[in-house]
Design a protein around this ligand. Structure first.
Ligand code: AVJ
Length: 320
């Protein structure tokens, strides 16, 4: 936003209203989108390499081992539409195996990362038509021409990002993907339910990188919304909620304090929690149930030897 001074004037009021609304809820919440400024994106890359954070490495392992099978299920001349494409690393493993893919459409809200990744990919896959779309994938966006001629659309949603959505929003997103796929397929990465101790470690690592990542959301808000969060006055905490099958990222206020955001004040009691993220963990059964409720059915599941993570292929529930 800082790079577009002409829009910076119009945007903050809506955004700060959203942030303030979250901070006035009980319990307080802040959207995980605040993690991802430049520092946050770099911290997330460091998280992906932590020994405790098994997710990225496990999903990459599954893709490495099974991409040929996945590509065979997808078939020739498919258009791959990726939600929240980021660095497109996992996509390469898929693209390497696909027969004559018709187009690759990365959809990401972060323009810089999107164009960077698309540029690098274009150099490595000169024959592939790459059509980046800078958009929020939770809202409708326009479908580019090359996709229209594809024999099949595949929505790719790796990284267990779906897990960040509450049940109802996850269902809505799956419905939107089903509609966009037009009878095609959805390939989604989901983190599987496991020993809460392993999850707590994955989200509260010994080196404290996840703590920095979580606290950085406050720095981001400070910068964008003229807020004055005292970063040292909050403590990172990962909280497992068994009944909701999710691990939550919290920031706990170390003492009573008042924070100013866009000219307004928000009070934090000593020990009060601010929730910054929910990461839902599924069983294959619970995820199949969610898919069914979106009129989708599980065609196939690939997992690692320890069943830590799943890559799931979904098809339209009405085709069978
Ligand atoms: C990028 C949303 C998949 O939920 O594991 C990592 C983000 N949060 N450590 C996740 C995250 C804390 C991550 N996702």
């Amino acid at each position: 936003m800082a790079k577009h001074p002409n829009v910076a004037v119009a945007l903050p009021s809506r955004i700060s209203r959203e942030v303030l609304a979250g901070l006035r809820k009980t319990p307080k919440e802040l959207s995980p989108v605040w993690f991802y400024d430049e520092t946050g994106s770099n911290l997330f890359e460091r998280i992906c390499e932590l020994p405790e954070y098994y997710l990225t490495r496990t999903e990459l392992g599954i893709m490495r081992e099974h991409a040929a099978e996945i590509a065979a299920d997808i078939g020739p001349r498919a258009a791959i539409i990726e939600f929240g494409s980021g660095s497109s690393l996992k996509t390469r493993l898929l693209l390497d195996q696909l027969e004559d893919p018709c187009a690759y459409v990365p959809v990401d809200i972060s323009r810089e990362q999107l164009l960077d990744a698309a540029g690098t990919l274009a150099r490595d896959y000169p024959a592939l038509r790459i059509v980046p779309i800078c958009a929020d994938f939770t809202r409708p966006f326009e479908i580019p021409q090359p996709v229209l001629s594809a024999s099949r659309r595949v929505i790719y949603f790796p990284g267990s990002t779906l897990g960040n959505f509450e049940m109802q929003s996850a269902r809505e997103l799956l419905v939107a993907m089903r509609t966009l796929a037009q009878g095609g397929l959805i390939l989604v990465g989901i983190d599987l339910k496991k020993d809460p101790k392993l999850l707590e470690r994955a989200y509260d690592d010994a080196a404290g990188v996840t703590a920095q990542f979580n606290l950085n959301a406050l720095r981001h808000v400070n910068r964008e919304l003229h807020a004055n969060f005292d970063i040292k006055a909050f403590q990172h905490q990962a909280v497992w909620k068994e009944e909701l099958s999710r691990i939550e990222m919290h920031l706990v206020s170390r003492h009573h304090q008042s924070v100013e955001i866009a000219g307004e004040h928000v009070d934090f009691a000593r020990g009060e929690h601010l929730r910054t993220e929910c990461c839902h963990k599924y069983t294959v059964e619970s995820f199949s149930e969610l898919a069914r409720s979106a009129n989708l059915q599980v065609a196939r599941v690939w997992t690692d030897a320890n069943a830590l993570f799943g890559v799931v292929l979904l098809q339209n529930g009405q085709t069978q």
